[in-house]
Design a protein around this ligand. Structure first.
Ligand code: GDP
Ligand code: MG
Length: 160
């Protein structure tokens, strides 16, 4: 970290963003990563990963009682996903805005789901819904050595 960033350290959050199997199969990986990269958050983790059923169930455990839960687990484990950890002030809510509403038909144009998807069951991307879940999900999907703390060369041009 640069010294001038230390003052805002306590507001720094982390969020777990995942390109779901449909996003990978449709060749949208670069497009989706670009949107977060250009926005100005800091990438701290990135990998292509075939998700085991138990991990998908743990990740979505709050939705266990929903009728669509079995379909959701089948969807998330149907092919490789791209796991990402992003860090920054306000990154959790901002990532959710970039992603758009759960139902892509209701998602605003300009958002990832609004631009690139049509169905809730194929909505191409996940983003944590709170800073607490951001931390929980990053710990769930990444091992320690897989995360990387670094200072982007453009830091002083992004952060005052
Ligand atoms: P999110 O935070 O916007 O991803 O939405 P939720 O946390 O409510 O749901 C998690 C994921 O479950 C969504 O992104 C969808 O992939 C899936 N999902 C939610 N609701 C439905 C539904 O009614 N039908 C189906 N097939 N999938 C759903
Ligand atoms: Mg959610």
């Amino acid at each position: 970290f640069l010294p001038h960033l230390v003052a805002s350290l306590e507001q720094v959050e982390e969020t777990y963003v995942m390109i779901k199997p449909d996003g990978v199969q449709r060749g949208l990986v670069g497009e989706i990563i670009s949107r977060f990269e250009r926005k100005g958050f800091r990438l701290t983790g990135l990998k292509l990963f075939q998700c085991p059923t138990e991990l998908a169930e743990e990740h979505y455990k709050d939705l266990q009682s929903k009728p669509f839960f079995p379909k959701l687990i089948k969807y998330i484990t149907s092919g490789p996903v791209v796991c990402m950890a992003w860090e920054g002030v306000g990154v959790v809510a901002s990532a959710r805005k970039l992603i758009g509403s759960t139902n892509p038909l209701q998602a605003e144009p300009g958002t990832i789901r609004g631009d690139l998807a049509v169905q809730t069951g194929r909505n191409v991307v996940h983003g944590s819904d709170s800073p607490e879940n951001g931390q929980r999900e990053i710990a769930l999907w990444f091992k320690e050595g897989e995360l990387c703390q670094w200072t982007p060369a453009q830091a002083p041009w992004l952060w005052e």
